[in-house]
Ligand binder design. Structure first.
Ligand code: GCO
Ligand code: MG
Length: 401
């Protein structure tokens, strides 16, 4: 067996289309593993944490001791939880699993128990300024073979979200501010979803992300009104600070619920699973402590017949997709994988073995998680500060994004 001592670790920040933070770990024996550490709009926070507090403790450790390393950075830190810390731990963890699978000469899913399926059902995003444009986009995605599609449509009368172009490098960016109208959205969303169902028939899986934009009772109303549409799910009906609110929505409707893309630990997920308040859990390796913890969350979910739906917006790097797809391939309770795509430049920087094909995704058979980083290409796309917008109501009240 090659020397598994960690010789070096470094952080690579690049913006091929959008910002990505990648941790690279090298062993004395010559193996390299990489992990995604991107937190949208908080990139430099994770970079500083990795560089100052994590990497110094990594050097000299045995790369094979994945569990102990996880416990060292989580339990050993005293300050536990939060997206910045868990993204750093997640990046270390995924890089170490990558190394271990390469050392074994196996694709990662084999180390995780082997394949439970060959292909992971996935869903992209359809968007439209109005229902007609949205339906055109859905038709385009159906042509590509997708069998599950997330629907997003601008709300008539609601100010449109400005497109935020990346600023020239070096200019300090500030978050844009946008206005939302929860009442108009509550009236419109069921109508929009019904129109797509009517046009595309009952077999296409339709998903919708409420994105915390309404009050709990409005979310319950939307879930009840859309029940006859047999949606695949409604996502994030309410913010995650008090998941007990999900009880209200559960009592109102049997529409399946998906939450959890902002959760970081198994403790954040536990009670809503035990109470059977959700149907899909959206945690993903980069934001919930890597393979090691997400596998535990998935196992806990399986006790309650809750399935996985790993977050896969464009701010999850191709590296995170590698980790998520290998895990999804092995888990007994995989549900669906979000796949909103990446800018073409991302393909110059990250070379991935995973693929989209015919409504699903495959891992490929490369050893490790199958994603590598071209650091010379990454250098051509320097970091570009950018943020998610901040949301207000029409009267100025600050609201949830
Ligand atoms: C999703 C998410 C994204 C997030 C984004 C935040 O379901 O894909 O809600 O749309 O807003 O990933 O960084
Ligand atoms: Mg979401």
């Amino acid at each position: 067996m090659k020397d598994m001592t960690i010789r070096a670790a470094r952080v690579v920040v690049c913006a091929p289309g959008r910002n990505f933070v990648t941790l690279v770990i090298e062993t004395e024996g010559g193996l390299t593993g990489i992990g995604d550490a991107t937190v949208n709009g908080r990139e430099t926070g994770v970079v500083a944490h990795l560089q100052h507090e994590v990497i110094p403790s990594l050097i000299g450790r045995d790369a094979g001791r994945i569990e102990d390393t996880w416990q060292y950075f989580y339990r050993g830190a005293y300050w536990r939880g939060g997206p910045v810390a868990l993204a750093a731990i997640g990046a270390v963890d995924v890089a170490l699993w990558d190394i271990k699978a390469k050392a074994a000469g196996m694709p990662l899913y084999q180390l995780l128990g082997g394949a439970s399926r060959e292909r992971m059902l996935c869903y992209p995003h359809a968007r439209g300024h109005d229902i007609e444009a949205l339906c055109d986009d859905v038709a385009r995605l159906c042509e590509k073979g997708f069998r599950a599609i997330r629907l997003h449509c601008d709300v008539p009368g609601e100010p449109q979200h400005p497109f935020i172009p990346p600023l020239p490098h070096g200019v300090a960016a500030l978050p844009a501010e946008i206005t939302r109208d929860p009442d108009a959205y509550t009236r419109f969303a069921p109508r929009m979803l019904a129109a797509v169902r009517a046009r595309f028939g009952e077999e296409l899986h339709l998903l919708h992300d409420i994105h915390n934009r309404v009050t709990p009772i409005q979310a319950a109303r939307i879930a009840r009104e859309t029940e006859p549409l047999n949606l695949f799910w409604l996502e994030d009906p309410v913010p995650m600070e008090n998941p007990e609110v999900l009880r209200l929505i559960r009592r109102a409707s049997t529409t399946p619920l998906a939450v959890g893309e902002v959760l970081n630990t198994i403790h954040d997920c536990r009670r809503m699973m035990e109470e059977q308040l959700i149907d899909y859990i959206r945690v993903t390796p980069v934001h919930a402590g890597g393979i090691t913890q997400v596998r535990r969350i998935a196992d806990l979910a399986a006790l309650y017949q809750i399935r996985t739906a790993f977050h896969g917006a464009p701010d999850m790097s191709p590296v995170n997709f590698g980790a998520a797809l290998h895990l999804g391939r092995a888990l007994p309770n995989f549900g669906i994988q979000e796949y909103a795509g990446h800018a073409p430049e991302a393909g110059e920087v990250f070379h991935a073995a995973w693929r989209y094909a015919d409504g699903g995704m495959t891992t490929g058979e490369a050893p490790g998680h199958g994603v590598t980083l071209d650091e010379a290409a990454a250098a051509r796309f320097p970091y570009n500060p950018s943020f998610l917008p901040v949301v207000r109501l029409a009267d100025g009240t600050l609201w949830h994004y």
